[in-house]
Write a protein that binds this ligand. Structure first.
Ligand SMILES: Nc1ncnc2c1ncn2[C@@H]1O[C@H](COP(=O)(O)OP(=O)(O)O)[C@@H](O)[C@H]1O
Ligand SMILES: [Mg+2]
Length: 237
Protein backbone atom coordinates (compact mmCIF):
# COMPACT_ATOMS: atom_id res chain seq x y z
CA UNK A 1 0.00 0.00 0.00
CA UNK A 2 0.99 3.61 -0.28
CA UNK A 3 0.38 6.14 2.42
CA UNK A 4 -0.36 9.51 0.95
CA UNK A 5 1.62 12.24 2.69
CA UNK A 6 -0.16 14.92 4.62
CA UNK A 7 -1.74 17.49 2.34
CA UNK A 8 -0.29 20.94 1.96
CA UNK A 9 -2.32 23.41 3.98
CA UNK A 10 -5.49 24.18 2.04
CA UNK A 11 -4.49 21.81 -0.74
CA UNK A 12 -6.99 19.61 -2.54
CA UNK A 13 -6.70 15.89 -2.14
CA UNK A 14 -6.18 14.23 -5.52
CA UNK A 15 -7.90 11.14 -6.84
CA UNK A 16 -10.94 10.87 -4.59
CA UNK A 17 -13.32 8.40 -6.29
CA UNK A 18 -16.97 9.48 -6.77
CA UNK A 19 -19.58 7.91 -4.48
CA UNK A 20 -22.86 7.09 -6.23
CA UNK A 21 -25.96 5.20 -5.15
CA UNK A 22 -28.47 3.91 -7.68
CA UNK A 23 -32.03 2.93 -6.78
CA UNK A 24 -30.78 2.01 -3.31
CA UNK A 25 -33.41 0.68 -0.90
CA UNK A 26 -33.71 -1.49 2.18
CA UNK A 27 -36.71 -3.38 3.53
CA UNK A 28 -36.37 -5.10 6.90
CA UNK A 29 -38.54 -8.06 7.73
CA UNK A 30 -39.53 -8.40 11.34
CA UNK A 31 -42.14 -10.36 13.29
CA UNK A 32 -44.74 -7.67 12.68
CA UNK A 33 -44.16 -7.54 8.92
CA UNK A 34 -41.94 -5.44 6.70
CA UNK A 35 -40.40 -2.02 7.33
CA UNK A 36 -39.26 0.07 4.37
CA UNK A 37 -36.31 1.65 6.18
CA UNK A 38 -35.04 3.26 2.96
CA UNK A 39 -37.16 3.99 -0.13
CA UNK A 40 -35.39 3.71 -3.53
CA UNK A 41 -32.83 6.51 -3.67
CA UNK A 42 -30.46 7.64 -6.44
CA UNK A 43 -27.76 10.21 -5.68
CA UNK A 44 -24.15 11.19 -6.44
CA UNK A 45 -22.35 12.49 -3.37
CA UNK A 46 -20.31 15.56 -4.31
CA UNK A 47 -16.86 16.23 -2.81
CA UNK A 48 -17.10 17.96 0.56
CA UNK A 49 -19.47 17.39 3.43
CA UNK A 50 -23.03 16.12 3.02
CA UNK A 51 -25.13 16.27 6.18
CA UNK A 52 -27.90 13.69 6.43
CA UNK A 53 -30.61 14.97 8.76
CA UNK A 54 -33.79 13.39 10.01
CA UNK A 55 -35.53 12.34 13.20
CA UNK A 56 -34.76 9.16 15.10
CA UNK A 57 -35.91 6.07 13.21
CA UNK A 58 -36.08 7.85 9.84
CA UNK A 59 -33.47 5.62 8.14
CA UNK A 60 -30.19 7.55 8.53
CA UNK A 61 -28.14 4.67 9.93
CA UNK A 62 -29.69 2.30 7.42
CA UNK A 63 -28.37 4.56 4.63
CA UNK A 64 -24.92 4.78 6.22
CA UNK A 65 -24.69 1.00 6.68
CA UNK A 66 -25.55 0.54 3.01
CA UNK A 67 -23.02 3.19 1.89
CA UNK A 68 -20.34 1.32 3.84
CA UNK A 69 -21.37 -2.07 2.50
CA UNK A 70 -22.00 -3.31 6.06
CA UNK A 71 -25.52 -4.16 4.93
CA UNK A 72 -26.87 -5.44 1.60
CA UNK A 73 -29.56 -3.39 -0.17
CA UNK A 74 -32.96 -4.81 -1.08
CA UNK A 75 -32.67 -3.06 -4.46
CA UNK A 76 -29.96 -1.09 -6.23
CA UNK A 77 -26.27 -0.67 -5.53
CA UNK A 78 -23.47 1.52 -4.19
CA UNK A 79 -20.63 2.50 -6.55
CA UNK A 80 -17.28 4.00 -5.57
CA UNK A 81 -15.65 5.11 -8.81
CA UNK A 82 -15.76 2.10 -11.11
CA UNK A 83 -16.25 -0.37 -8.27
CA UNK A 84 -19.70 -1.77 -7.53
CA UNK A 85 -19.46 -2.30 -3.78
CA UNK A 86 -22.68 -4.30 -3.66
CA UNK A 87 -21.49 -7.08 -5.98
CA UNK A 88 -18.00 -7.48 -4.46
CA UNK A 89 -17.36 -10.64 -2.45
CA UNK A 90 -17.38 -10.11 1.33
CA UNK A 91 -13.54 -10.31 1.69
CA UNK A 92 -13.01 -7.99 -1.29
CA UNK A 93 -15.53 -5.57 0.18
CA UNK A 94 -13.72 -5.62 3.55
CA UNK A 95 -10.38 -4.86 1.83
CA UNK A 96 -11.95 -2.13 -0.24
CA UNK A 97 -13.55 -0.58 2.84
CA UNK A 98 -10.24 -0.55 4.71
CA UNK A 99 -8.52 1.23 1.85
CA UNK A 100 -11.19 3.78 0.93
CA UNK A 101 -13.43 4.42 3.95
CA UNK A 102 -12.98 5.93 7.37
CA UNK A 103 -15.62 5.73 10.10
CA UNK A 104 -16.44 7.89 13.07
CA UNK A 105 -19.28 6.72 15.30
CA UNK A 106 -21.13 8.27 18.22
CA UNK A 107 -19.07 6.07 20.52
CA UNK A 108 -15.42 6.23 19.59
CA UNK A 109 -15.05 2.41 19.41
CA UNK A 110 -11.36 2.57 20.33
CA UNK A 111 -9.73 -0.69 21.45
CA UNK A 112 -9.60 -0.30 25.24
CA UNK A 113 -6.30 -2.16 25.80
CA UNK A 114 -4.41 -0.21 23.11
CA UNK A 115 -2.91 3.25 23.60
CA UNK A 116 -4.02 6.18 21.44
CA UNK A 117 -0.93 5.66 19.28
CA UNK A 118 -1.59 1.91 18.93
CA UNK A 119 -5.24 2.50 18.04
CA UNK A 120 -4.21 4.82 15.21
CA UNK A 121 -1.56 2.32 14.06
CA UNK A 122 -4.03 -0.56 14.01
CA UNK A 123 -5.40 -0.10 10.44
CA UNK A 124 -1.83 0.38 9.23
CA UNK A 125 -0.80 -2.90 10.86
CA UNK A 126 -3.67 -4.61 9.02
CA UNK A 127 -2.40 -3.02 5.81
CA UNK A 128 1.06 -4.50 6.40
CA UNK A 129 2.93 -1.21 6.85
CA UNK A 130 6.32 -1.72 8.56
CA UNK A 131 6.46 -0.68 12.26
CA UNK A 132 8.70 2.34 11.78
CA UNK A 133 6.50 3.82 9.06
CA UNK A 134 3.24 3.20 10.88
CA UNK A 135 4.62 4.77 14.07
CA UNK A 136 5.61 7.87 12.14
CA UNK A 137 2.25 8.04 10.37
CA UNK A 138 0.33 7.62 13.65
CA UNK A 139 2.39 10.37 15.31
CA UNK A 140 1.68 12.66 12.38
CA UNK A 141 -2.08 11.94 12.62
CA UNK A 142 -2.18 12.46 16.39
CA UNK A 143 -0.48 15.82 15.83
CA UNK A 144 -3.08 16.65 13.17
CA UNK A 145 -5.88 16.23 15.75
CA UNK A 146 -3.85 18.07 18.41
CA UNK A 147 -3.10 15.05 20.59
CA UNK A 148 0.64 14.49 20.19
CA UNK A 149 0.88 14.71 23.98
CA UNK A 150 -1.60 11.84 24.54
CA UNK A 151 -0.01 9.11 22.40
CA UNK A 152 0.62 6.74 25.33
CA UNK A 153 -2.79 7.18 26.97
CA UNK A 154 -5.35 4.39 27.03
CA UNK A 155 -8.89 5.28 25.89
CA UNK A 156 -10.16 5.39 29.50
CA UNK A 157 -7.45 7.97 30.28
CA UNK A 158 -8.81 10.32 27.60
CA UNK A 159 -11.75 12.71 27.72
CA UNK A 160 -14.69 11.98 25.42
CA UNK A 161 -13.57 14.65 22.97
CA UNK A 162 -9.97 13.43 22.99
CA UNK A 163 -11.11 9.85 22.36
CA UNK A 164 -13.26 11.05 19.45
CA UNK A 165 -10.25 12.91 18.00
CA UNK A 166 -8.16 9.72 18.29
CA UNK A 167 -10.99 7.92 16.45
CA UNK A 168 -10.77 10.53 13.68
CA UNK A 169 -6.98 10.08 13.50
CA UNK A 170 -7.52 6.33 13.22
CA UNK A 171 -10.18 6.82 10.52
CA UNK A 172 -7.63 8.86 8.55
CA UNK A 173 -4.79 6.37 8.89
CA UNK A 174 -5.02 5.17 5.29
CA UNK A 175 -6.11 8.55 3.97
CA UNK A 176 -9.56 7.42 2.83
CA UNK A 177 -11.50 9.39 0.24
CA UNK A 178 -14.79 8.68 2.02
CA UNK A 179 -15.50 9.42 5.67
CA UNK A 180 -18.78 8.25 7.19
CA UNK A 181 -19.73 9.77 10.53
CA UNK A 182 -22.86 8.69 12.44
CA UNK A 183 -23.75 11.30 15.10
CA UNK A 184 -20.04 11.86 15.88
CA UNK A 185 -20.79 14.68 18.33
CA UNK A 186 -23.82 13.01 19.94
CA UNK A 187 -21.99 12.27 23.19
CA UNK A 188 -19.89 15.45 23.38
CA UNK A 189 -20.52 18.81 25.02
CA UNK A 190 -21.06 21.59 22.50
CA UNK A 191 -17.55 23.07 22.70
CA UNK A 192 -15.84 19.70 22.20
CA UNK A 193 -18.37 18.87 19.49
CA UNK A 194 -17.39 22.04 17.64
CA UNK A 195 -13.74 21.00 17.70
CA UNK A 196 -14.57 17.57 16.27
CA UNK A 197 -16.80 19.15 13.62
CA UNK A 198 -14.13 21.64 12.60
CA UNK A 199 -11.74 18.71 12.07
CA UNK A 200 -14.31 16.95 9.86
CA UNK A 201 -15.06 20.18 7.98
CA UNK A 202 -11.35 20.66 7.28
CA UNK A 203 -11.12 17.13 5.88
CA UNK A 204 -14.13 17.78 3.65
CA UNK A 205 -12.65 21.02 2.34
CA UNK A 206 -9.67 19.02 1.09
CA UNK A 207 -12.02 17.20 -1.31
CA UNK A 208 -12.95 14.06 0.60
CA UNK A 209 -16.54 12.94 0.65
CA UNK A 210 -17.71 13.26 4.23
CA UNK A 211 -21.19 11.97 5.01
CA UNK A 212 -22.23 13.31 8.40
CA UNK A 213 -25.36 11.92 10.00
CA UNK A 214 -26.97 14.18 12.55
CA UNK A 215 -30.34 15.09 14.00
CA UNK A 216 -28.94 18.53 14.94
CA UNK A 217 -29.83 21.23 12.40
CA UNK A 218 -27.06 23.55 13.67
CA UNK A 219 -24.54 20.83 12.93
CA UNK A 220 -26.10 20.19 9.50
CA UNK A 221 -25.80 23.91 8.68
CA UNK A 222 -22.00 23.51 8.64
CA UNK A 223 -22.12 21.15 5.66
CA UNK A 224 -21.97 22.32 2.02
CA UNK A 225 -24.67 19.80 1.03
CA UNK A 226 -27.72 18.45 2.83
CA UNK A 227 -30.05 15.48 2.52
CA UNK A 228 -33.19 15.08 4.63
CA UNK A 229 -34.62 11.69 5.55
CA UNK A 230 -38.17 11.16 6.72
CA UNK A 231 -39.81 7.73 6.99
CA UNK A 232 -37.12 6.30 4.75
CA UNK A 233 -37.57 8.87 1.98
CA UNK A 234 -34.44 10.91 1.19
CA UNK A 235 -34.77 14.37 -0.36
CA UNK A 236 -32.16 17.01 -1.20
CA UNK A 237 -31.87 20.13 0.96
N1 LIG B 1 -32.00 -4.66 11.73
C1 LIG B 1 -33.24 -4.14 11.67
N2 LIG B 1 -34.33 -4.94 11.63
C2 LIG B 1 -35.59 -4.44 11.54
N3 LIG B 1 -35.84 -3.11 11.51
C3 LIG B 1 -34.80 -2.26 11.56
C4 LIG B 1 -33.45 -2.72 11.65
N4 LIG B 1 -32.62 -1.63 11.68
C5 LIG B 1 -33.44 -0.55 11.63
N5 LIG B 1 -34.74 -0.92 11.55
C6 LIG B 1 -35.89 0.00 11.42
O1 LIG B 1 -35.68 0.81 10.27
C7 LIG B 1 -36.05 2.16 10.52
C8 LIG B 1 -34.86 3.08 10.32
O2 LIG B 1 -33.88 2.84 11.33
P1 LIG B 1 -32.48 3.60 11.39
O3 LIG B 1 -31.89 3.62 10.04
O4 LIG B 1 -31.67 3.00 12.47
O5 LIG B 1 -32.94 5.09 11.79
P2 LIG B 1 -32.10 6.35 12.30
O6 LIG B 1 -30.65 6.04 12.19
O7 LIG B 1 -32.55 7.49 11.44
O8 LIG B 1 -32.51 6.57 13.73
C9 LIG B 1 -36.64 2.18 11.92
O9 LIG B 1 -38.02 2.01 11.81
C10 LIG B 1 -36.00 0.98 12.57
O10 LIG B 1 -36.82 0.48 13.60
MG1 LIG C 1 -29.13 6.06 13.69
Amino acid sequence: MTVVPREEAGGQRAGTPPLHVENLSRVYSSGEGQVQALAPFTHTFPPGMTAVVGPSGSGKSTLLNLLAGFDTPSTGHVAVGDVNLTTLSEPARADFRLAHYGFVFQNHNLVSILSAQENVEFPLTLAGLPPKERRARARELLALVGLEGRAGHLPNQLSGGEAQRVAIARALARDPGILLADEPTGNLDSKTGELVLSLLTGLAVQGRRVVLITHDLDVAALAQHRLSVRDGVVTAG
